[in-house]
Each structure stands twice: as C-alpha cells, then as structure tokens.
Design a binder for this molecule. Sequence first.
Ligand SMILES: Cc1cc2nc3c(=O)[nH]c(=O)nc-3n(C[C@H](O)[C@H](O)[C@H](O)COP(=O)(O)OP(=O)(O)OC[C@H]3O[C@@H](n4cnc5c(N)ncnc54)[C@H](O)[C@@H]3O)c2cc1C
Length: 497
Amino acid sequence: MDKHVIIIGSGLGGLTCAYILSRNGYRVTVLEQNAQFGGCLQNFTRRGAKFETGMHYIGSMGEGEVLHTLFRYLSLLPDVRVSPLDRSAYDIISIAGERFPFANGNEQFVETLARRFPAERRHLEEYVRAIDEIATGSPLHSLREQGDMTFLALSLTRQSVSEFIDSTITDGRLRQVLAGNLPLYAGVRGRSPLYIHAVVNHFYNAGAYRVIGGSDAISRSLVASIRRHGGEARTCSRVVRIACDSAGATGVTLATGETLPCDYIVSNAHPARTLEWLDTPLIRRSYRERVAGLRNSISNFTLYIQFKEGEEPYLNSNLYHYDVPDVWGAGDYDPGAWPGSFLYMHLCTSAGQQHADTAIVMAYMRFEEVSRWRGTRVGQRGDEYEAFKRERSERLLDALERQMPGTRARIARHYASTPLTYLDYTGTEEGSMYGILRDCTEPSQGVVSQRTRVPNLFQVGQNINSHGILGVIVGAIITSGEFLGVNEVIRQIKKNE
Ligand SMILES: Cc1cc2nc3c(=O)[nH]c(=O)nc-3n(C[C@H](O)[C@H](O)[C@H](O)COP(=O)(O)OP(=O)(O)OC[C@H]3O[C@@H](n4cnc5c(N)ncnc54)[C@H](O)[C@@H]3O)c2cc1C
C-alpha cells in the first residue's frame, strides 16, 4: 500500500493513530514541535526528580477491562507498568472539613458513601446503576462494533451532570461529593454533559491506577512501536503550513522551511491551530468562524513538589479539596481568594512504594490571569511573571498545609507551571486542560468532526470524541476508521484480547 500519512503532533491521539495506521501498512511520519514526544504525556526531570505534567492516573486496567484491552492492542503492556490506587479510597473528596472516599466497585462505592448518608442508600444505588448504563451504552467506549455511529440517546447528550445528580440525590452535601471529582472533566454546572461524567466515573470506578515511573512510558512505547512498524517520528519539527491544491492537501512545511509531501495528513493539534496552517478555499469561512467561536475548558496552575528523601509517607489516593461552598463554582474563583480548590496527588516511582519522592498540586486557573505574558517564551517571561508564580505557589502551599499539616516541612523544593506553560507545550487554546468544552445546552458547540472539508486532512486528539486516556484513544479509533473502517479496528482490538 505504502500511502504516506503525516501526523502533526505526538500527543496521545497522534501517536495512537500513527500506531494503528503503521500497523496496517501505512507509511507514517509523526512531526512533533517539542523536543519531547507526548504532548500531555510529557514528563520533566529537575535535580533528579521526575514529574508528570498532564496524565496522572488511569482506570479500567484490570485484565479484560477496556483500557487493558486497548493497551494490549497498542503493545503497551510490557512497557507500561501500573500501580493500583487504594481500592477503598482511590479518590477522596474533601469538603468543608469532611472527607468522603470513593471506593472501587459499585457495591463498595455505595456501601462506603451510604455509611455517611444512610438515608440516601437507594438513591446511591440508582446513581451507580445509571452511570453504568450510560457508560456501557456507548459502543465505542465498550469496544463494540458499530451498527450506526449514534452512541447515546439524544436525551442523554442533552442532560447535564448537575441536573442528573440533583434529580437523583436528595442530600445537598452528597450531591456535592458525587460531583467532587469534576476537575477530571472541568465540569460546569448545567452545561457539562452527563455522559462525560458517566464514562469518566465508570472508567475509574472499575479500578484506578498510577503509571509507575511516569506516563511518558506510554509515548516512549508508542514511538518505539511506530518505528518498528517502519514509521518515522521526529521531534523539533514544528509545522507552520499545510499546502493544498484544488483537490486537497499535498504536504506540510516546517518552521525550518523543509517541505514534506504526503498522501494524507492527520492533525493532532487544536482545530484552531490546524486552521491557522491552512490557506485554501476548501475551508469555508463559516467553519473558521465556528471553530474560532468554540469555548475551551479551563486551564490550571500546577505546583510540582520534590520531597526530602524518605520523609513523606506515600498517599495512595487522590485528594480533591474544596474551600468554596459549591464545587461547581470552583472555576469562577475570585483571584483574591484563589485557590478555592485543588487536587493533590503523589507520583508513583516504584511498585509497593512507601515514601513519595514527588507530588503535584493542581488548581484551576483562568487564562486571563496570565494573558499579559502571552507571546513570551518559556524561561524568558520576566521578573513580574516569576513573582506571580512565586506568590501563587505560596498560596497553594498554604492551602495544602491547612489540609495536610506538616507537609511543608518535608518539601525540599518546588516548581510551578501556569496556563502559558500548557499553551507553549501543547498548543491548546488558552492552555485549556481538555480542549473544547462540551456543553449539553449547545451540543454543536463541543462537536468537532475527525473529517475536514479538505478530503485528505483529518483530525485526532481530545477535541475529537472526548479527552483523557480513554476518550483520546477512542477518538483515534474513530480517525483511523476513516482509513480502515472503525469496525475493522475494533475487530483487530478484540482479536488481540
Ligand atoms: C493538567 C492535566 C492533567 C490531566 N490528567 C489526566 C489524567 O490524570 N488522566 C487522563 O486520562 N487524562 C488526563 N488529562 C487529559 C489528557 O492528558 C489529554 O486529554 C490527552 O493527553 C490529550 O491528548 P491529545 O492527543 O489531544 O494531544 P496533546 O497532548 O494536546 O498533544 C498535541 C501535540 O501536538 C503538538 N503540536 C501542536 N502544534 C504543533 C505543530 N505546529 N507542529 C508539530 N506539533 C504540534 C503539541 O506539541 C503536542 O505534542 C490531563 C490533562 C491535563 C492538561
């Protein structure tokens, strides 16, 4: 066959698509602008401590579960080792001085929360039943072949998580607890669709895991496989133009001036970036306006902590903490009262680990807080920016210390990233965590097709289908399906089980 496919960007979506196509006889070339592959899978090391930047925990990795099956197909299993989070409390939701654990497995999940909210047991059972039904109702997320591509009843795509929780649960505190891990999809009251909450919670409730040694093991392994399949993967290769003739795309130009011809292009970048590289009448003005008008999910400020050796007991749970009265209001914080909420996680460096070497604390941050430094480069943004980062780091450390007393004294050093860092390292609009915001009140706002008006130009990544490890891999199956047929890809995955 030997058709040449250029994949722009080596995020999870780009690499997964490159893996599938190269395994099926296409000649692929992955072009990554950064010095490291992976996009959100990138890790960095400072003074011997390694940090993950955008993939901290994954789910459904038990034998036969969905991510395990996908990892097997993607030849990731020997290279990517995982460590289970505490099954009795993989997530802990901390609200107004109380902590509520999420336990793995539907029965344990209900049992644990019903102990705290006995009058809500029946409602909790209804809640988990509905989550299961909705999540397994999506054929692709359950790796079933497609009859048609409609994966959910329209009513479900139109229902918001908050509406569903409020109508299923009576107790106000329990409503907040069940929505407490909403940073996993940057939830917005009345707007975030129920099916995203369902798919995400179903995925982690089956089993939640950290990647031992860092999630860059995923991108390293995929790149090695792509090369084994005869593909090419290049870093420091920033695409600045997609060349087109009247029939379609003909190739790309890199920032260095190098041009590369090809038969097909798959862009893993944010759709707004992809359009910047295209100057062709095949793309209509109305499409450009629609993409320019799409709203993106919120960004975040992350503190990367290195602990003094052997001093910090390993926390095998993720802590979602809220000082604000309503978890849904966390993104609408007043900068003077920031952070208002945060997510705290230890990173896993070895199986059975006793002490943590590193941790991250993430807090929502809107891009407007750093927009005045837009256009500056990493490491050269100036003293004011550094002072801003220091001040916010101190505030976040104070908030952490109030919840985990004594932690501060065990910290050796810390570093910080802002929405600008994400913008520079992934090219996603306004450093948005999960790309385009899905909004059940305006379903078309969050829908970006894998196809474009340029017949041989496709898109992949978190803006297609949905974000996160499962959402992006499923999106890559949809995009690869344009070449191979979605059902053929599903058959290959099932055959590999
Ligand atoms: C802070 C944070 C925490 C997260 N935590 C989790 C988690 O715990 N679990 C989970 O499942 N998901 C998590 N996610 C979500 C998940 O990481 C993302 O949904 C997913 O990795 C996005 O993959 P992607 O393929 O869309 O591409 P990205 O990771 O956005 O990669 C796009 C790639 O395209 C490249 N690119 C852009 N422009 C160009 C160009 N001009 N030329 C060449 N290359 C270009 C970029 O450099 C980048 O490498 C998190 C995300 C963030 C931001």
